[in-house]
Design a protein around this ligand. Structure first.
Ligand code: PEP
Ligand code: MG
Length: 542
């Protein structure tokens, strides 16, 4: 059987399916007659949760260290707390309700208490309670999630969808490709797949129903095709393709240490997009000159609380130092949309991509914003860091964000801490309003970086995550090209530089046009850098 989807990350893989089911368990209130049996059911689910947590904790201690594993300890402590389990049992007893409903009531009560507490540490415990509650609920309903840590080698992960934090947890020594029902090329899990250098096909509509655990599948991430239980001949054909692909990649490595110049001698900067500090190695290994987009929201994911100023400082400093003076453009927190934090519950919105996110959230939550800005400023003493604000739609927002930055500068000065007072402060151009009025913004920003992932979805009103409208999501649409051209020219008119960090920067079809428009900097997944370099070096642009 052959299934067609959207190519999200190139390459070929042949491996065995593991399906990740993550149905949200629906809680239906039921009246219970056999109270004893219901309490026994609860006890069993609590026991199963304890065993799972024990295993996860042991593995985490070995692989990521005791401090990171401590969170599982606190989850286990909650299971051991007679007040917690006792409250659920009491609810079953006195209201004759099913264990699911009794559990949910107690979780809601705890969440309410924690959320109202002054102490930040205690407020953050709300996330623990929620997690533990979900685990018990899944065990009550018999839903098994995938334990990412215990997957076999050569696993092809199949899921309805993967959140960015699921993807961030994947171990590429084990997961060699992934397939999803929904999603588009620029959803964040697809972007992560490119960073991890694992092939991925998304938007396959019903792949979770078309395969079962253990099926052998071929993933063709170049064409966006999946072959389920292929015959010998097909396997052989794909093994050859895989080899040829690896060989081409090897060939491109010759370009690693060569400066990117067009045939007419124009220098163009090629840099990488990263999501965590260690990704810098992959960028440098692939011949990148530095970083054009550090998506810092990934530092905030996969954890129980906000990263502190010190933790963030260490990450930013690490990248700045490793890049040896090369540019490091760090984007401030872009949370919201498809990127959520478990410990920062945001209100449900009709249109999350048009809602309370990114710079809007940061200007509203200066407490969160300032921690990051202080860390960034302090790290700027160690390398060529530039700060970039996401989702800017009005000049006023940019001015406000800079004012908060200035506040942080004044604080650091008063504290006698070092930072680069002249660091460049730029903005993403990813909202059509900013691209159209780029001349206005260029008066204030030191540089632009065009975020085509969002720019295309907003301009063409085509959700970047929705495979049903992916045929409309077209980087070559004349409106998109006009906005890109205007943005680059506006930057140049004001004597500023313009880069691009959306996925179009690495799109082989568009790169020659972008060079012609005068784009100064191309930022992309590390794995796209060498191919882009080859294309740019074949253009004639002066
Ligand atoms: C973009 O929108 O093009 C971009 C680079 O930002 P993100 O993909 O993180 O939204
Ligand atoms: Mg964006």
């Amino acid at each position: 059987m052959i299934k067609e989807g959207i190519s999200a990350s190139k390459g070929y893989a042949i491996g065995k399916v593991v399906i990740k089911t993550d149905e949200e368990v629906q809680i239906v209130e039921k009246k219970i007659e056999d109270i004893g049996a219901e309490k026994a059911r609860l006890k069993e689910a609590v026991e199963a949760s304890r065993e799972q947590l024990m295993k996860i904790k042991e593995k985490a201690e070995k692989e990521v260290g005791a401090d990171k594993a401590a969170v599982f300890e606190s989850h286990m402590m909650l299971l051991d707390d007679p007040e917690f389990t006792g409250a659920i049992e009491m609810n079953i007893d006195s209201n004759s309700v099913n264990a699911e409903k009794a559990l949910q009531d107690v979780i809601d009560m705890y969440m309410g208490i924690f959320a109202a507490m002054e102490d930040e540490y205690m407020r953050e415990r709300a996330a623990d309670v929620k997690d533990v509650g979900k685990r018990i609920l899944n065990n009550l309903a018999g839903v098994k999630g995938v334990d990412f840590d215990s997957l076999d080698e050569n696993t092809i992960l199949v899921a309805h969808d993967l959140t960015p934090s699921d993807t961030a947890q994947l171990d590429r020594n084990k997961v060699i490709a992934f397939l999803t029902n929904i999603g588009g090329r620029t959803s964040h899990s697809a972007i992560m797949a490119r960073t991890l250098e694992i092939p991925a096909v998304v938007g396959l509509k019903d792949i979770t129903e078309s395969v079962k655990d253990g099926d052998l599948v071929i993933v063709d991430g170049v064409e966006g095709i999946v072959e389920v239980n292929p015959n010998e001949e097909t396997i052989k054909k794909y093994e050859e393709k895989k080899e040829a692909y690896a060989k081409e990649k090897e060939e491109l490595k010759k370009l690693i240490n060569i400066k990117t110049v067009t045939k007419a001698g124009k220098h163009v900067e090629i840099v990488g997009n990263i999501g965590k500090a260690e990704d810098i190695h992959q960028v440098l290994e692939n011949g990148g000159d530095g970083v054009g987009l550090f998506r810092t929201e990934f530092l905030y994911m996969d954890r129980e609380d906000m990263p502190s100023e010190e933790e963030q400082f260490e990450s930013y400093k690490y990248v700045a130092e490793k890049t040896n003076g090369g540019p490091v453009v760090i984007r401030t927190l872009d949370i919201g949309g498809d990127k959520q934090l478990p410990y920062l519950p945001l209100p449900e919105e009709m249109n999350p991509f048009l809602g309370y996110r990114a710079i809007r959230l940061c200007l509203d939550r200066k407490d969160i914003f300032k921690v990051q800005l202080r860390a960034l400023l302090r790290a700027s003493a160690y390398g060529n860091i530039k700060i970039m604000f996401p989702m800017i739609s009005s000049v006023d927002e940019f001015i406000q964000a800079k004012a908060v930055l200035k506040e942080c500068m004044d604080e650091l000065k008063a504290e006698g801490k070092d930072f680069n007072e002249n660091l460049e402060v730029g903005m993403m151009v990813e909202i059509p309003a900013a691209a159209v009025a780029a001349d206005e913004f260029a008066k204030y920003a030191d540089f632009f970086s065009i975020g085509t992932n969002d720019l295309i979805q907003y301009t063409l009103a085509a959700d970047r995550m929705n495979e049903k409208v992916s045929y409309l999501y077209n980087p070559l649409h004349p409106a998109i090209l006009a906005l890109i051209k205007n943005t680059i020219e506006a930057a140049h008119r004001a004597g500023k530089w313009c880069g691009m960090c959306g996925e179009v920067a690495g799109d082989e079809r568009v790169i020659p046009t972008l060079v012609e428009y005068g784009l100064d900097e191309f930022s992309m997944s590390a794995t796209s850098i060498l191919k882009a370099k080859q294309i740019i070096m074949n253009t004639e642009v002066k």
